[in-house]
Design a protein around this ligand. Sequence first.
Ligand code: NAG
Ligand code: NAG
Ligand code: NAG
Ligand code: NAG
Length: 388
Amino acid sequence: MQTTRVVVPLEEGGKDPIVTSRTNPSRALPLRLIQLFGMFLSLCIAFWFVSVYAIRHFGVQSVMTSVKSTFQPCFNQENNLDLWIKPPSNLMHTMSDNELFWRATLVPRRKKYPFRRVPKIAYMFLTKGPLPLGPIWEKFFKGHEGLFSIYMHSLPTFEPKFPPNSVFYNRQIPSQISEWGRMSMCDAEKRLLANALLDISNEWFILLSESCIPLYNFSVIYHYILKSRHSFTGAFDDPGPFGRGRYNDNMAPEVNLSQWRKGPQWFEVNRKLAVNIVEDTTYYTKFEQFCRPACYVDEHYFPTMLSIQAPHLIANRSLTWVDWSRGGAHPATFGRADITEEFFKRVYGGQQCTYNNQPSSVCFLFARKFAPSTLEPLMNLSSKVLGL
Ligand SMILES: *[C@@H]1O[C@H](CO)[C@@H](O)[C@H](O)[C@H]1NC(C)=O
Ligand SMILES: *[C@@H]1O[C@H](CO)[C@@H](O)[C@H](O)[C@H]1NC(C)=O
Ligand SMILES: *[C@@H]1O[C@H](CO)[C@@H](O)[C@H](O)[C@H]1NC(C)=O
Ligand SMILES: *[C@@H]1O[C@H](CO)[C@@H](O)[C@H](O)[C@H]1NC(C)=O
């Protein structure tokens, strides 16, 4: 605005001499011209100073109209590769799921990244809200900045109160109500994956709950996942009533009975499979219509779909240890009195699985379900047992 006021007198001053020079005697002309030229020059200098001042102090936009062509390159400086590879600074956004899923599945076609990319693990917490075992995780993540990202999906009414120095500070994503065993649970998992996909450095995606704990330190887990040829999604063919018994013939031809799989919901997938999950609409439609309680969709949808689309990429086992030995519909929840060194001998001992097609005794990197009361004894054992 300031500059326009400068420009107007300049133009008027320039018009005046043409009118006056016709009426005045010819001798007066050179002096008058020199005066006018001097005035013009000082106005130019004043204008230049005002422009520079305005650019420095008010930013470029305020003088945009008058100096557009000269200063244009300044506007383009921000428009470099950073724009595409910097993770969003704020996880809150106003995109609908439909918009978010579309945005998250934009995938570069070239194999090599044209910048130094340190692959990160996205730790995705599917929670009701508070994290009673948060201090264990704070200890787990400490010192490994740059190798992980955290995302939290909670009840929409939950108001997080993590202090600014917490790893969970500002890590909530826009959330919706999700019910166990229903499609809204898979929607929440997709939402976590999609938000995490927006950070191009996230290479692996792990789903956890508030009752999970890590069984090893960060470096052990990072390297186990980094060096694995497979993603860890549980998927098995259960011939019984709680497996094949939940299959509905209407699933065909997309899914036939021999392709039907079951697995725990706690997955670890790489970026490629994360995109597969977020982009899917074909299987979604079938599962949404024909897998309703007592078919628990979160136990079948991803295991079945990934077994069909990428059987060679999944290990068919989960990384999360649970105890089904007590029987019933839910795995055991451990309380304060359970947390002893003896207990952990049972958790770590007797594991047998394959890792990169070789037999291995390290099969589980996480464990559940731990009640809030286990926090204190777990913290006491965290360095001795969990290696934190
Ligand atoms: C993590 O645990 C492994 C195995 O217990 C150990 O060798 C390593 O030093 C630990 N790393 C850190 C950073 O504590
Ligand atoms: C199910 O699909 C598989 C793979 O497409 C096929 O080999 C098999 O014959 C099908 N089974 C049935 C019962 O349709
Ligand atoms: C997982 O199971 C599929 C069959 O659904 C099989 O093709 C694949 O080889 C298995 N993965 C591993 C690592 O054994
Ligand atoms: C944890 O350690 C503290 C300090 O050593 C001790 O006072 C407390 O009783 C321990 N708690 C449990 C549950 O082991």
